[in-house]
Write a protein that binds this ligand. Structure first.
Ligand code: ATP
Length: 234
């Protein structure tokens, strides 16, 4: 589905990614773990066209999308739910969701996607008419994920959906990413909470200072002594 090869990117002269290789297969939930400043957000931003690639290649379903503008990347089928819950507070929950569905590939099936979102998040269905600004932090995160689904992406990329949430909500939101995968969607999840991310993911990559240092099944990574020491408090 997604193939990233030799990706170099950064800010001005400071490179934050130094040749990253990564693959996501259809129907997988893949997580990228790594500490603060490792380059996780930079990787997602470069894949989604918000930052230019300095070198390397990004392919979606065999198509070279390196260097496409962000709106073209969305049209190609990648939706990026960035860090921080950016909902439109004055608009209702339903209108926030509809805004996510205004891309050509998704328009025809808006109702179907809305049903999918409401099945995944019954809380959003209950609050459909309420202004998004009145939702709790966890509910706003659900709304941000729901809005990404409305674009009917081939690949959905989530950047730290658990950020700033209470522990019980963190578990809920991460369980949701697994539910997305179980519903047939392909998910790339960036998380600082390595333990929970490896709990729900199929495979993972560890990013350290702009380089992939480990990769394997989620169980292999969770069982690795080096990763336990560095990321799992073991
Ligand atoms: P976090 O979990 O803190 O978001 P991250 O792994 O997502 O960390 P990035 O945000 O990708 O890390 O940052 C990678 C490197 O790029 C860091 O050294 C960071 O300081 C730098 N960086 C990030 N954004 C910018 C920017 N807008 N301008 C300059 N440098 C930046």
């Amino acid at each position: 589905m997604l193939t990233v090869t030799g990706l170099v990117a950064g800010y001005g002269r400071a490179h934050a990614l130094h040749g990253v290789d990564l693959e996501v297969y259809r129907g997988e939930l893949v997580t990228i773990i790594g500490s603060n400043g490792a380059g996780k957000s930079t990787l997602l931003k470069t894949v989604s066209g918000l930052l230019p690639a300095i070198a390397g290649r990004v392919e979606l379903e065999g198509r070279d999308i390196t260097g496409l503008r962000a709106d073209k990347v969305v049209a190609a089928g990648i939706v990026h739910a960035p860090e921080g819950r950016r909902v439109f507070p004055a608009l209702s929950v339903a209108d926030n969701l509809r805004m996510g569905g205004h891309v050509r590939r998704a328009r025809a099936a808006e109702r179907e996607h809305l049903t999918e979102v409401y099945e995944l998040f019954p809380r959003l269905a209950e609050r459909a008419a309420q202004p998004a600004g009145s939702l709790s932090g966890g509910e706003q995160q659900m709304l941000a994920i729901g809005r990404a689904i409305m674009a009917d992406p081939a690949l959905i990329m989530l950047d730290e959906p658990s950020l700033g949430l209470a522990p019980v909500l963190v578990e809920q939101v991460l369980a949701t990413t697994a539910a997305l995968r179980d519903g047939g969607r392909t998910v790339l999840l960036v998380e600082q909470n390595a333990e929970l991310a490896l709990d729900v993911a199929d495979r993972g990559y560890v990013l350290e200072r702009g380089r992939i240092t480990h990769t394997g099944s989620a169980a292999e990574l969770a069982g690795s002594a080096a990763i336990q020491r560095a990321y799992l408090g073991g």
